[in-house]
Design a protein around this ligand. Structure first.
Ligand SMILES: [Zn+2]
Ligand SMILES: [Zn+2]
Length: 401
């Protein structure tokens, strides 16, 4: 293990974190062995509470399985939050780990066990420094990130009140072990699912002029809609159509057609633009055929747009802790989704990646981040929060002078 020294006179946070290895590995193994699907994180939430209480950190259940811990520092200052998600996935584990899932068909295949253990590790490190902490730390343990999303419910319950900035991370199979991936601005995509029904009029195949061909309208829409992202949006965006059903027999003009798909965009503006272009195209093409469209759009997560200053803070803190060679600025966003963006949208903040030392992809039965990821992430989380509070207090003081 390569060591990096932040402060020659002192142990750095990674070295301080190493003394919690036994405790944190055991916590991760316990969580991994007993994975719980979204909104059923009862055992995990209880374990999180028990651990926080043992550190003298008070907790609150803000939804049935969402836990918010509050650590008040010894000095006055602002409030910063750290978020970890706790839910597992309907995947049958095939990782070969000695602590593999004991619940058939459910697995921590997205590394949320590592996120939860690392946030608890950060709590241990920050609680050690409680007296010198300049402000308050909130720990968000979120349920159901993979499903309906716990973030919005936690925010509605008031968890972001008074929080100035929020930080969080995801393990990443595409980065080398321990390397931190930082992204400025647009990071994760927003997604919107859609279903379109085209109502036409069926007729005898020999007399198409007496009918309204819903199938032909749908087919031409599929072609036009797929090219919308390229036509309307400069930034990367995707519109894909996954189903198309129409017609009942080869000699009948189809009176009804239905197709469904998903749009993925980066940032609120592109999201709005693409949705608008989508509706206009469906209405225009349907009208040209004389058909009536029925559009349903189901909005999913809004995506992540990292704020500049907080992202720079993550970059600098990671460089100081692990060295510049172990920090990468990601030049591409990802088209996958994450509901962390809602926390940022309610204040400021930054989400980053950490190389998990595992090449199997996320959501794969073999996905298993290496344990040291927990220690690295715990140390980085603790430094990010502690330094953020310190910097913000200095800034606020200067403003009041
Ligand atoms: Zn996932
Ligand atoms: Zn995940």
């Amino acid at each position: 293990m390569k060591k990096f020294y932040l402060d020659k006179t002192d142990m750095n946070t990674f070295e301080r974190a190493e003394k919690y290895i036994t405790k944190l590995y055991a916590l991760r193994e316990e969580i991994h062995r007993h994975p719980e699907p979204g909104n059923n994180e009862f055992k995990t939430a209880a374990l999180v509470e028990e651990t926080l209480h043992s550190l003298g950190i008070g907790t609150q259940r803000v939804t049935e399985t969402a836990v918010v811990g509050t650590l008040k520092g010894g000095k006055p200052g602002p409030c910063a939050a750290l978020r970890a998600d706790m839910d597992a996935l309907p995947v049958s584990e095939d990782s070969g780990a000695f602590f593999a899932s004991e619940t058939p068909g459910i697995m921590h295949a997205c590394g949320h066990d590592v996120h939860t253990a690392a946030a608890l590790g950060a709590a241990m490190l920050l609680a050690e420094h409680r007296e010198s902490l300049a402000g308050t730390v909130k720990f968000f343990f979120e349920p159901d990130e993979e499903g309906s999303g716990g973030a919005v419910r936690m925010i509605t319950a008031g968890c972001m009140e008074g929080v100035e900035a929020v930080f969080g991370a995801h393990v990443a199979p595409d980065l080398p072990a321990g390397v931190i991936g930082v992204r400025y601005g647009k990071f994760y995509a927003a997604s919107d699912m859609f279903t379109v029904k085209i109502h036409g009029r069926s007729a005898h195949g020999a007399q198409p002029e007496k009918g309204i061909d819903a199938l032909a309208a749908a087919a031409s829409l599929v072609g036009e809609l797929r090219s919308l992202p390229a036509d309307y949006i400069a930034d990367r965006s995707v519109l894909s159509i996954g189903t198309l059903h129409a017609g009942t027999a080869g000699n009948i003009i189809a009176g009804e057609a239905e197709f469904s798909g998903i749009m993925r965009t980066l940032g609120a503006e592109d999201r709005k633009k693409l949705k608008q272009a989508f509706r206009e195209t469906v209405n225009r093409v349907s009208a040209a055929f004389g058909a009536e469209p029925e559009i349903k759009i189901r909005e999913s997560y809004a995506g992540i747009v990292n704020t500049e200053e907080e992202t720079r803070h993550v970059q600098r803190t990671a460089e100081a802790l692990f060295g510049v060679d172990n920090v990468r600025i990601l030049d591409q966003p990802t088209m996958t989704t994450e509901d962390f963006g809602y926390f940022i949208d309610a204040a400021k903040g930054s989400f980053f990646h950490i190389g998990a030392g595992c090449s199997a992809p996320l959501h794969n039965p073999k996905f298993l981040p290496e344990p040291l990821t927990i220690i690295r992430l715990a140390a980085l989380h603790a430094d990010i929060i502690e330094q953020y509070l310190k910097n913000a207090s200095v800034r606020n003081e200067a403003q009041h002078r």
